[in-house]
Design a protein around this ligand. Structure first.
Ligand code: ARG
Length: 281
């Protein structure tokens, strides 16, 4: 059998059969080349693999967590979690995770931590554990500049956009009724705000920081914000799987450290300007 016919034959034959044939010809198949990834230095003992904590965040929530032009996850929460990781001496890997289902990723063990502007609520405490609060927030209404809306109650008979499953969804559902079709739920807050821009809804209710940021950076949308003292104070916490006291302890310790050494304030000021005195601890 010539080499070329042999090759042609090989191509037309299943691998196992070909192997048998080769041996029948008295020719052993070449041993498979060693995997090229490991050059000589592979012989050195590998350092113990560091535990990498997977951090989930819904990166459509500027200035807290968003994606830049390069697709990198950036923002206040990201700088904070990196500072916390450095303090705690742990390695973190950020993974963009849709808000819907984000809590399940903790329960399933796909994420070790969530930092996603998550408001600490009693209901959520039933299924996950939260760090000490790291940010104060409240709901805020975005409306078209010309809108007559002056307070939260004015939204009762109107179409209101919210991000599904957020505290904004909760307060609006409470005011309008959970099954009211005027509650328009969106996958992300920017999508709800886009809908406001195209007049599909009359208002959007979401976290103050995000609404303020959007209105300021999208002046062509011609929005203004409406605050209402009726909105309850909210606090963001970092979530871990229920019962993960070890990781939670590290996070809380690191949080106290970054507050004490001024790095929290530095990150805060970078994104929001001077920190209100009351928020300093
Ligand atoms: N603070 C609100 C909540 O916990 C909204 C958070 C939404 N975060 C996000 N990255 N989309 O329900």
């Amino acid at each position: 059998m010539t080499f070329s016919t042999h090759r042609r034959f090989l191509r037309a034959t299943v691998a196992v059969f070909a192997g048998v044939l080769l041996m029948a010809c008295g020719k052993q198949p070449e041993p498979a080349p060693a995997p090229k990834a490991e050059p000589a230095k592979a012989a050195a003992p590998a350092p113990a693999p560091a535990r990498v904590y997977v951090v989930g965040t819904d990166a459509a929530y500027a200035p807290f967590e968003s994606q830049n032009e390069k697709g990198e996850i950036v923002g206040f929460s990201i700088d904070l979690v990196r500072a916390l990781a450095a303090k705690a001496g742990i390695e973190v890997k950020l993974v963009n995770t849709p808000w819907e289902g984000i809590f399940n990723t903790l329960a399933q063990g796909d994420r070790d931590l969530l930092i996603s502007s998550i408001t600490i609520t009693e209901e959520r405490r039933q299924t996950m554990d939260f760090s000490d609060p790291y940010f104060d927030a409240h709901q805020l209404i975005a409306v078209p500049e010309k809108s007559k809306i002056a307070k939260f109650d004015d939204l009762k008979k109107l179409k209101v956009g919210v991000q599904t499953g957020t505290t904004g969804d909760e307060v609006v559902s409470k005011l309008l009724g959970k099954t009211n079709t005027n509650v328009k739920r969106f996958e992300s807050t920017p999508l709800a705000l886009k809908e406001l821009e195209s007049s599909g809804v009359d208002a959007v209710v979401a976290d103050n920081g995000v609404v303020i940021n959007y209105v300021a950076n999208n002046t062509s949308a011609k929005f203004r914000t409406v605050n209402d003292p009726a909105f309850a104070p909210e606090q963001y916490g970092i979530a871990v799987k229920k019962g993960n006291a070890e990781l939670l302890g590290k996070i809380n310790k690191a949080l106290a450290d970054v507050r004490a050494d001024g790095s929290y304030e530095k990150i805060y000021t970078q994104y929001f300007g001077a920190q209100p005195a009351a928020a300093k601890k």
